[in-house]
Design a protein. Structure first.
Length: 173
């Protein structure tokens, strides 16, 4: 884990899963747009006892595991000097891309589920789609799949409205 902390700040994302280093290239503009737009919406509705972070920000659910969700929500009290360690997140969000799709859909889903992350959202910019998974009895249950201009009114981790198309498309001001 100490070696992970010593890696260069070179625009790449470095994550560790059971001794395997996952290296992801810098995200595309549409990916960044989704992250920014979602973060703005989450921040506007976030209760003061929670915090919203964006990658790179470490979530270390267990020894030998360090992940960096694109966006996450956690309790303020769970934030340590290196991120969130050994405490479940309230929400982890991954924006799918060709280089991360399988990791996000399979590997990270399983790790977040095992770690007790309350909600896991997957956003597919190509399909303008949001898939919402919520932990129930230790397993993720699909709560919603919304596309385009349809809205999802989240209750977990707090009340917020998300419209996938608005996250993907640049809205003129």
């Amino acid at each position: 884990m100490a070696d992970l902390d010593d890696l260069p700040d070179d625009g790449m994302r470095y994550e560790l899963v059971d001794g395997q280093l996952l290296v992801t290239p810098a995200p595309l503009p549409v990916h960044q747009r989704v992250v920014v737009q979602l973060t703005v919406r989450l921040e506007a509705n976030c209760p003061e006892e929670f915090e919203v972070f964006v990658a790179p920000f470490d979530f270390r659910p267990a020894s030998g595991r360090s992940l960096q969700p694109d966006v996450l929500v956690c309790r303020c009290e769970d934030v340590g000097p290196k991120g969130v360690e050994l405490r479940p997140l309230l929400l982890a969000v991954e924006v799918l891309s060709s280089s991360t799709r399988m990791t996000d859909l399979l590997l990270k889903r399983a790790i977040y589920e095992e770690a007790g992350v309350g909600s896991y959202w997957l956003i597919d910019p190509d399909q303008e789609a949001l898939t919402v998974l919520e932990l129930e009895g230790g397993r993720y249950v699909e709560r919603a799949v919304v596309k385009g201009d349809d809205a999802f009114d989240a209750q977990l981790p707090f009340s917020v409205r998300v419209v996938p198309g608005e996250l993907v498309r640049r809205v003129s001001r």
